[in-house]
Design a binder for this molecule. Structure first.
Ligand code: C5P
Length: 228
C-alpha cells in the first residue's frame, strides 16, 4: 500500500495526470490535482470579468473565492465554482491562456498551498497515502515527500499528447497553437519568481518521450512497492 505523499511534478503533456490518477487508484491512495485548483481559480477570475491586465489584488481576490474541490477520491475528482461543476470548462482555451499569470500571484499561491496542505493532511492521517500532482509539489508544497517524481518530455511530444487529449474531449485544437502554448507556459512556469517549475534535487526524473503511460506506471508501482 502507498503511505504518505507521492509528489508528481513536471510540465504539461508529460502524462502526469493520467499516471498520477491511475497510480492512486491502483494503490488505494487519494489523489490531488493541484493544476485543477489553479485552473478553477483562473475561471473564477474570468467569470469576475477580469483579465491579465487587471490589478493583481483584484485578480487574487476573485481567484480565491467560490472554488471548492470535491475531495481527494481518484475515481471522481470534480471541482466546483459557486456550486457549479466546472471540471470540463477549466480545460478550455480561455483558462489555459490565463492560468500561468494567475498562478504566479503570491496571494493566490499562498491560499492554494494552505488548502493543499489541509487536503493532504486529511488523506495521510491514520497512515493513508496520496498522489499529489503539480509544478511545485516536491519543491515547495511537500518538500519532505518520501517519493518525488519529475516527468519530462520534449515539447513536440507533449503538444501532440495535448492535441490527442483535446480531440478526445471534443475540443478542436491546432498542433502549432498547442505547441506554442506548451512552450509559453513552460517559459512562464519555469521563470516565475515564486515556486517556479523545476525538479527537486531528490526527484526521480523520468523522460517519457519513449515511455507509454503503462510503462511509467509500472516503474512507479515498483518504486512504491520497494519503499513499502
Ligand atoms: O497541470 P496543469 O496543466 O493543469 O496546470 C495548469 C497551470 O497551473 C500550470 O501551467 C501552472 O501555471 C499552474 N500550476 C502551478 N502550480 C501547480 C500546478 C499548476 O502554478 N502546483
Amino acid at each position: 500500500a502507498l503511505r504518505g505523499v507521492v509528489a508528481m511534478d513536471g510540465p504539461s503533456g508529460t502524462g502526469k495526470s493520467t499516471v498520477s490518477r491511475r497510480l492512486a487508484s491502483s494503490c488505494g491512495a487519494a489523489y490531488l490535482d493541484t493544476g485543477a485548483m489553479y485552473r478553477a481559480a483562473t475561471l473564477a477570475v474570468l467569470r469576475a470579468g477580469l483579465d491579465a491586465d487587471a490589478p493583481s489584488d483584484e485578480v487574487a481576490s476573485a481567484a480565491t473565492h467560490g472554488v471548492q474541490e470535491s475531495g481527494t477520491d481518484p475515481s471522481a475528482p470534480t471541482i466546483t465554482l459557486d456550486g457549479e461543476d466546472i471540471s470540463a470548462e477549466i480545460r478550455g482555451p480561455e483558462v489555459t491562456a490565463l492560468v500561468s499569470a494567475v498562478s504566479a500571484l503570491p496571494e493566490v499561491r499562498n491560499t492554494m498551498v494552505a488548502r493543499q496542505h489541509a487536503l493532504i493532511e486529511e488523506a495521510v492521517r491514520d497512515g493513508g497515502g496520496i498522489v499529489v500532482e503539480g509544478r511545485d509539489i516536491g519543491t515547495v508544497v511537500v518538500p519532505d515527500a518520501p517519493l518525488k517524481v519529475y516527468l519530462t518530455a520534449s515539447p513536440a511530444v507533449r503538444a501532440a499528447r495535448r492535441g490527442r487529449q483535446d480531440a478526445r474531449a471534443g475540443r478542436t485544437s491546432n498542433l502549432h497553437v498547442t505547441l506554442a502554448d506548451v512552450e509559453r507556459r513552460d517559459r512562464l512556469d519555469s521563470s516565475r519568481r515564486i515556486s517556479p517549475l523545476y525538479a527537486a534535487a531528490d526527484a526521480l526524473v523520468l523522460d517519457t518521450d519513449d515511455l507509454s503511460a503503462d510503462a511509467v506506471l509500472d516503474r512507479l508501482r515498483a518504486l512504491v512497492a520497494e519503499r513499502g
